[in-house]
Design a protein. Structure first.
Length: 397
């Protein structure tokens, strides 16, 4: 067994990792002692040579090291991965129930497993090895998952941009058992949804909105809903099942709307309870405004407007515009549920953008609830980057 290479940090660059932030950027590295390649385990020391942590290295990535361990004596081997994976699974004990059979099982850094994302879809796992380090331990990881969970198959989704930055291929593949059917049915909050694990967005379903779908649906009795950026209808179907009388779904992808249509049927909701609009939400909301249409509950769950800090200004304007359009369509006494999933837009900025929209709308807008990502997407104090989903539930007069 060869000794791990030692990465020495520049003076003062150990500050965040001392608080257990798991990332070391390439610019923080003073020197590398010993031979190391992408995915290798390395030891990291501060400028005095004192131990900081152990992690894996990738010279191609700006995030040169992701720390796995702050204990000098730990050995990062199959048993190590297995123990961390077991802990992560056991944290989801209270999420899986007869009403909910699917969730995110491992949320990377936030589950102390940097670069690894695992979603459970009923009896199948979808795994993302985001980094060269997790790619290196693929076998150990899959062995642990299949030993601990009785699953029919484990499928890797490799078509994620982050892998390109790590110098990794994009081919998705079956790693264990059989491939998930292209259309399968999961249960969430007692409702059924058809998901496309291979072609769908993210790994097929937005688990992070599970609790928010319920929070929003709590206000939906007797209401007419406008569900913008609906994807396959998670918010609408929850709202309709909680007494909403009608929902208008707006989504730019026709195939997601086809799935939304299936999801209505799956949950025994009449066809007449929903209108499926294949359109750009910005344009369609303007059209609704021009027609003086009003809704009791407007939901805005757009895709990430700010993929990074460099797009921040454009993103803030995007949030302001869509929220202004949305607010104008709320019946007096109704509600707006508005979200941002841009990690780069923090709470204060998102609140400012919605606040500008509220001011321009000439409506009285009260925040009655703040919403965030569901508990299978935990946020680490030491890793603020793990917090990305923010939402406000607003009452509008
Ligand atoms: N609310 C959904 C998730 C929304 S994800 C849920 O609860 O599951 C964002 C969705 O917005 C994606 O399905 C994407 O196809 C769609 N989208 C992206 N840009 C859009 C646009 N300009 N107009 C309408 N839909 C858009």
């Amino acid at each position: 067994m060869t000794e791990s290479a030692v990465i020495k940090l520049k003076k003062g660059r150990d500050r965040t990792v001392r608080f257990h932030h798991p990332w070391i950027f390439s610019g923080a590295i003073a020197s590398i002692e010993g031979k190391t390649q992408a995915g290798d385990i390395v030891r990291v020391v501060d400028s005095n040579g004192d131990f900081v942590g152990q992690g894996y290295y990738n010279p191609l990535s700006q995030i040169a090291v992701r720390l796995l361990e702050f204990d000098e004596t730990a050995k990062i081997d199959a048993a190590w991965w297995d123990a961390r994976i077991a802990e992560s699974i056991s944290r989801r004990r209270n999420i899986i129930s007869p009403k909910t059979d699917s969730c995110r099982l491992i949320f990377g850094e936030s589950d102390f497993l940097p670069g690894l994302v695992v979603d459970l879809y009923c009896s199948f796992l979808i795994v993302q090895f985001v980094t060269a380090g997790t790619e290196r331990f693929k076998k150990e990881i899959v062995d642990s998952l299949t030993a601990r969970l009785k699953v029919e198959g484990v499928f890797e989704r490799a078509d994620i941009p982050a892998r390109k930055k790590e110098g990794l291929p994009q081919q998705s593949q079956l790693l264990f058992g059989k491939s998930p059917p292209s259309r399968m049915i999961i249960r969430e909050n007692g409702l059924s949804y058809e998901v496309d694990l291979i072609g769908g967005q993210k790994t097929g379903w937005y688990f992070d909105q599970r609790d928010n779908r319920l929070a929003v649906a709590d206000l939906a009795a007797d209401s007419r809903v406008l569900d913008c950026f609906s994807y396959t209808g998670g918010f609408s179907i929850t709202a309709l099942s909680h007494g909403a009388v009608h929902s208008t779904l707006v989504e730019s992808s026709g195939s997601f709307l086809d799935q939304a249509h299936c999801n209505l049927r799956l949950n025994h909701l009449p066809e007449s309870s929903a209108e499926l609009i294949n359109a750009d939400a910005f344009n369609y909301l303007r059209k609704l405004r021009d027609e003086n249409r009003l809704f009791d509950l407007v939901i805005l769950d757009p895709p990430k407007f700010a993929p990074s800090k460099s797009n921040l200004e454009k993103a803030i304007n995007g949030y302001k515009d869509i929220n202004l359009l949305g607010l104008k369509l709320v019946n007096p006494g109704g509600y707006l549920a508005t979200f941002s999933c841009s990690g780069a837009v923090d709470w204060r900025l998102f609140r400012t953008a919605v606040g500008w929209a509220a001011a321009d709308s000439n409506r009285k807008v009260q925040i009655i609830k703040q919403m965030h990502q569901a508990p299978d997407h935990p946020v680490l104090f030491s890793f603020p980057q793990s917090e990305y989903l923010k939402g406000f539930l607003c009452r509008v007069e």
